[in-house]
Design a protein around this ligand. Sequence first.
Ligand code: FE2
Length: 233
Amino acid sequence: MPIDFHTHILPEIDDGSRNVEMSLKMLAAQREQQVDEIVATPHFYAQKDSVEEFLLRRQRSYEKLKAAMAEKNLDQKLHLAAEVYYFQGIGSAGMIPKLCVEGTQILLLELPFAQWNSAIYADVEKLVQRQKLRVVIAHIERYYEFQKKKEIWDAVMELPVYRQMNAGVFLNWKRRHKAFQLAKDAGTIILGSDCHNMDNRHPNLAEGRAVLAKKFGEAFLQRTDRLTAEVLQ
Ligand SMILES: [Fe+2]
């Protein structure tokens, strides 16, 4: 069963779904694509938010959506999580485990859209080695063009981290060549739609999966599904 690992489907919490109605439409679109397990990953920016406030807002948003889902007989499984934006020192920040996918040690980490430096590497390494978190790097395809010097990129990717890619990149004929390369290098990826709304960033997991199946075969998707299910346990 396909799992959407990266979504902004919770209402009124970030730049994703604007209200419950939009979230329900997004869930209906997911259902049409057989996506019945969804990780909700609202943006968390340490500069703007305290963890406690974020978790409270997320809980309120989730409860509102859950009530509306029950009325519409939508019973998809939602995992509460966050897309945590990098900040210097994140590797030693004690509150980070609270932002993992609920009930797991899995952290979806968004890295800077700029040349990565050794401080970034050191922080990711600490998250993995010292805090013992299982780090999923969000949409790896979005940073690559900024890495004129590839050393840090290579070093980060050599850490035991998981690589998440957005389904949409495989639908973009200008960008998918590089994306196929990244997926191939990864061997196994975690897929997400990174859906924000119902127009330009709508749920599109099934479309992306179809392209991947054609390119790499069904076995590629099976590995993706197995890995995603395994990390969520
Ligand atoms: Fe995102």
